[in-house]
Design a protein around this ligand. Structure first.
Ligand SMILES: Cc1cc2nc3c(=O)[nH]c(=O)nc-3n(C[C@H](O)[C@H](O)[C@H](O)COP(=O)(O)O)c2cc1C
Length: 356
């Protein structure tokens, strides 16, 4: 079976789920255009999840993907939290953020039975995970309505593990990718970062090792990138950063400006935003504290303190603390994921634009 047959899509293009910068609008536009739109749920509570799923169903009859993190929550450490807040103290003072008002705690939960209850109401045809797969009972629930399961691998070992544990296709995520590395077999992702390879080194290795279809992710932003991925053995691609400037994305104004600026030429993998390595435009906090800091608490415990700073900084027009993006080629971002912005290419502008 081809990837298109497995996922029920026309073009082998998956819009990468990107928590915090997009929701149902982008997902529905891509699904409606013949690709696979994705709804990231890592930051959504059950009510928001239900509302967003209803929106997608109302906007498109196409298949779509719903995405979750499935990390093992770390034990909180008061000592590390104090060290982290001490490292950020000068910024709290500069931006007028009261550290006492910032809640300690995870800020994001892994996939669990509450989320599965909501999914059961909507029975999405595809469910994808980052950081491995959930427990066998949760996975069985997802499979219960026939959903296809995808997850990211950053090494051949992770790809083999995902195949052995029931993934229907494996996303080979290279070092170029925006957002978090999907590393899950490493006990210390920040430390093991040097084991990561780029997309076009990883894809052929993974394609040789597994029997399930391989989806290439990381740094792919146009037809040439897609052609290269397919030539190396991928059955499709998952594209993230290239969608960030679409009107259907909820990317903030500050983030959009950064993406269009010269600053977007330089990105780095940093653990400062959440505690896990993720690729970001190099901004002030990365220059001054990172990119990798031993003070950052384990994922996702580093998140709330930086999120408070980011909100305050962005309200002042500053991207000093703004979140991850990838390294996809600038200037090749589609104007719209849906229709209309690429005259002459019909109702499938993104898909067609990517294949040009
Ligand atoms: C801003 C941003 C947020 C992301 N959030 C998620 C997420 O919530 N879940 C997930 O599985 N992947 C997430 N990713 C990673 C993507 O799935 C994918 O691996 C990556 O975007 C591919 O690289 P590219 O951005 O160069 O296209 C995110 C990527 C970006 C850029």
């Amino acid at each position: 079976m081809t990837l298109q047959e497995i996922l029920g899509i026309d073009a082998p293009i998956i819009q990468a789920p990107m928590a915090g910068v997009q929701g149902s609008a982008l997902a529905a536009a891509v699904s409606d255009a013949g690709g696979l739109g994705s709804l990231p749920c890592a930051l959504l509570g059950v009510d928001d999840m239900r509302r967003e799923l209803a929106e997608i169903r109302a906007k498109t009859g196409g298949p779509f993907n719903v995405n979750f993190f499935c990390h093992a929550p770390p034990a909180p450490s008061a000592e590390r939290e104090a060290a982290w807040r001490a490292a950020l103290a000068p910024y709290f003072a500069e931006f007028g953020v009261d550290p006492e008002a910032i809640p300690a705690g995870p800020g994001r939960a892994p996939f669990g039975h509450e989320a599965a209850d909501v999914l059961e109401e909507f029975r999405p045809p595809v469910v994808s995970f980052h950081f491995g797969l959930p427990s066998a009972d949760l996975l069985a629930r997802v499979r219960g309505w026939g959903a296809k399961v995808l997850s990211s691998a950053t090494t051949v070992e992770e790809a083999l593990w995902l195949e052995a544990h029931g993934a229907d296709a494996v996303i080979a995520q290279g070092l170029e990718a925006g957002g978090h590395r999907g590393m899950f077999l490493s006990k210390n992702p920040s430390k093991d970062l040097s084991t990561q390879v780029g997309t076009f080194a990883l894809v052929p290795q993974v394609a040789r090792a597994v029997k399930v279809p391989v989806i290439a992710a990381g740094g792919i932003a146009d037809a040439r990138g897609i052609a290269a991925a397919l030539a190396l053995g991928a059955a499709g691609v998952q594209v993230g950063t290239a969608f960030l400037l679409c009107p259907e994305a909820s990317t903030s104004a500050v983030h959009r400006e950064a993406l269009k600026s010269e600053a977007a030429r330089v990105t780095a993998v940093t653990n400062l935003f959440t505690g896990r390595p993720a690729r970001s435009i190099v901004n002030r906090i990365i220059r001054e504290l990172g990119p990798l800091s031993a003070a950052a608490p384990a994922f996702p415990l580093a998140t709330p303190a930086v999120t408070a700073l980011r909100a305050r900084a962005e309200s002042r027009g500053s991207g000093d603390f703004s979140p991850p993006v990838g390294r996809a080629e600038r200037g090749r971002m589609p104007g719209s994921a849906g229709g209309g912005s690429h005259p002459g290419v019909g109702r499938r502008p993104v898909i067609v634009a990517f294949f040009r």
